[in-house]
Write a protein that binds this ligand. Structure first.
Ligand code: URA
Length: 257
């Protein structure tokens, strides 16, 4: 009750926004200690803020293996402490087609790979309907750690994970990207719109370090389709558009998709 009263008081005083994803105890002795008189030994400069540090960590990875190693040891996103396993990628990293999901569910958290549960079963059926298997593409997750209890990730958590997604795409050098759901669709479009508005449209996405923009299509996440069967019709139209796009690329380049 005391905590609730304190929270209410803060809200009345206008503190209605979290600035960090972890509370800071400013009454703890360490933060009250007087500033040291002598200069502390010089430490290497650490980028300020969790997103800048995530960016630096992501950019330090020059191979997929080192990106996955960095993520496996990354503790600055609070989700890494509660998730069982990292569910960051599944499929064929050399395929050139990358599908970006949102967050792992319970099965993904246990198995350590994206789309291991019922949404993955539906996704496999949708892929099969346009002649694709997981060997024809790589599935990655925008947020690779399952939020506790399956809650939605916070804005701060998504922001920390975003530099890793961009680095992942830079290292994969895809010819085509598909965003499965609002989180990756917003990150790729850099627009805060609903998935209903973003889906079904192709756009050219500039991936840092790649010489030309990559065609990207947004559609619904299969987990959403399981909850909202009426979305199947539009998702099917998007998958047909993806098949046509791949066929056109195959005609132009002889690419084996
Ligand atoms: N499972 C995943 O791994 N990602 C999603 O986006 C949905 C289900």
């Amino acid at each position: 009750m005391d905590m609730l009263a304190a929270l209410r008081l803060q809200m009345e005083w206008g503190a209605d926004e979290a600035l960090d994803d972890q509370p800071v105890d400013r009454l703890a002795p360490a933060s009250r200690a007087a500033a040291p008189r002598t200069a502390a030994p010089a430490e290497p400069a650490r980028p300020a803020g969790p997103v800048a540090r995530a960016q630096a960590a992501a950019e330090g990875a020059n191979t997929l293996e080192s990106l996955y190693r960095t993520l496996a040891g990354y503790r600055e996103c609070a989700l890494s402490a509660t998730a069982t396993r990292l569910a960051v990628a599944d499929g064929n990293p050399r395929a050139g087609l990358v599908l970006v999901g949102e967050v792992p569910g319970a099965e993904e958290d246990l198995e350590g790979r994206p789309f291991a549960g019922p949404a993955g079963v539906l996704l496999d059926r949708m892929l099969a309907s346009i002649g694709l298997t997981r060997q024809d593409l790589l599935l990655v997750n925008m947020v690779p750690w399952r939020p506790p209890g399956g809650r939605a990730p916070s804005e701060a958590e998504v922001q920390i994970c975003t530099p890793f997604l961009w680095r992942h795409l830079t290292l994969l050098r895809p010819h085509t990207i598909v965003a499965l759901g609002a989180l990756p669709a917003r990150a790729l479009a850099n627009r805060n719109e609903t998935i209903r508005r973003l889906r079904g449209r192709w756009q050219a996405v500039s991936v840092p370090g790649l010489p030309a923009p990559i065609p990207a299509l947004a559609t619904f996440n299969p987990a959403y389709i399981l909850r909202t069967p009426a979305a199947k019709k539009e998702a099917w139209a998007d998958f047909v558009a993806l098949r046509r796009h791949l066929d056109a690329g195959m005609k132009a380049n002889g690419a084996p998709v």
